[in-house]
Design a protein around this ligand. Structure first.
Ligand code: BGC
Length: 438
């Protein structure tokens, strides 16, 4: 194995979760996802999240798991629908529970990174049209302010919104996430409004007490679509379209303040917000793989996810692709802001690819850092096996599995490498700031 270099002493070695995925509909009964799960055909094999790993009530135990691995940071989301189940009414008990959790993390040497929106929100917000309406952004801003007021004394790393592009793509174009809409124009509007919401939240939190010292960023899934065969004009055009509208448009918005989303045969939706340029202290990158699409003779599904014969497939419809991770980091470094890898991991039910995945991707990360890319932390997705949205329980991303009845956690064999790498990297810490590209 290559020598992993470039990690400073302050580098954050973490894992990430989202509340809904690890605590389930039982803890988030007022979210739109809790309603969506009940719909016939919405989740693979009719799976239900239930209490999931019961993380909300086992957080002390889960902090011990983090410590066992040598982690010094944890990214998690605060569930808006549980904090504000009824419009304008904040649940004091839930707020107190989050306070306990955050204080416990800090007391045990784990730096918290809080996400304010990770796919779920209250049903009352959804009923008002959610992010399809620009005027609804104010509700999210109010929630964000409240949370910042409550916890900014303990939390200095904040992610506003997790993956606006995926919410828009899956919820409003593919129809696989709530509300199940399949309409490109609405997808474009939602993406624009979520980016706008990010900027509003950023500006408001920065102006609050402790805002200046806090690091606030947007989390983007770096996802490029590529045709299996470059000679196939149909798949090339589709891939180009998807990459441009659901990926490049976001980086361009952060770079220039200008957003453009094309709607074939209808024109385009554009939006200019010059202040967006500076409206993030870091970029959170979620990176899994590229989407390689192969054409097939089917009217219903003309493009299918594929991988080349020399590639290793994950359980999700994409391959292990560390080279793309390296390229993503180098590409994003041109934004000139620090980067956190807010998610990276593998769905691997057999646990026979996880070790190679972690090794390969962390080598790619180290290579990028040696080149001068300013990465401040890496969060493996996920600490625990969890409810993988429309894919239900089939996709096992966790470093730890858990027993569905007793909830007892077990470290997977393939995860042990993460602990070893962290130990080694800590032993050979060096600061490469003098080599930085920016
Ligand atoms: C999401 C996670 C999800 C992961 C794996 C990301 O898009 O932020 O919630 O579990 O990918 O698919």
């Amino acid at each position: 194995m290559k020598n992993l270099l470039g990690f400073s002493k302050n580098f954050l070695w973490g894992s990430a979760v989202s509340e809904y995925q690890v605590s389930g509909a039982l803890y988030c009964p007022h979210s739109q996802w809790a309603q969506w799960e009940k719909k016939k055909g919405a989740i693979r094999e009719g799976d239900r999240s239930g209490a999931s790993a019961d993380h909300a009530f086992r957080f002390e135990e889960d902090i011990t798991l983090m410590q066992e691995l040598g982690l010094n940071s944890f990214r998690f989301s605060i569930e808006w629908s549980s904090v504000e189940p009824v419009e304008g009414q904040f649940n004091r008990q839930i707020l107190a529970e989050y306070r306990n959790r955050i204080k416990a993390l800090v007391a045990r040497g784990i730096t918290p990174m809080v996400t304010l929106h990770h796919f779920t929100h209250p049903t009352w917000f959804e009923e008002k049209g959610g992010f399809t309406k620009a005027e609804n952004i104010a509700f999210f801003v109010r929630f964000a302010r409240r949370i910042f007021l409550e916890y900014s004394a303990y939390v200095s790393l904040w992610c506003t919104i997790n993956e606006p592009s995926i919410v828009s793509l899956m919820g409003y174009f593919m129809g696989a996430f709530p509300p199940g809409t399949k309409d490109l124009t609405t997808a474009g509007v939602v993406l624009k409004n979520m980016l706008w919401a990010h900027v509003q939240v950023y500006e408001i939190l920065k102006a609050m007490p402790r805002g200046e010292e806090s690091q606030i960023g947007l989390v983007h899934q770096y996802l490029r679509f590529e045709p299996y065969s470059k000679w196939n004009p149909f798949s090339s055009i589709i891939c180009r379209y998807l990459t441009k509208n659901f990926h490049e448009s976001i980086l361009t918005f952060l770079r220039t303040g200008f957003f453009k989303f094309t709607i074939p045969f209808k024109g385009s939706l554009s939006f200019s917000l010059p202040s967006a340029k500076g409206s993030y202290d870091f970029l959170g990158i979620n990176y899994y793989s590229r989407a390689l699409l192969k054409m097939q003779w089917s009217l219903k599904e003309p493009l299918q996810a594929a991988c080349y014969p020399d590639e290793v497939m994950t359980d999700m419809p994409y391959a292990v692709y560390p080279r793309g991770f390296y390229e993503a980091l180098v590409d994003c470094s041109s934004l000139g802001k620090p980067i956190y890898v807010t998610e990276n991991g593998i769905a691997d039910e057999r646990d026979d690819r996880r070790e190679g995945f972690i090794r390969g991707y962390l080598e790619a990360l180290s290579d990028a850092m040696k080149k001068g890319v300013d990465v401040r932390g890496y969060f493996y997705w996920s600490l625990l096996d969890n409810f993988e949205w429309a894919e239900g329980w089939k996709m096992r991303f966790g470093l730890y599995s858990f027993d569905p009845i007793t909830k007892k956690r077990t470290l997977k064999k393939g995860s042990q490498i993460y602990r070893q790498i962290i130990e080694e990297a800590r032993g050979s810490t060096q600061d490469l700031t003098s080599h930085k590209m920016m």
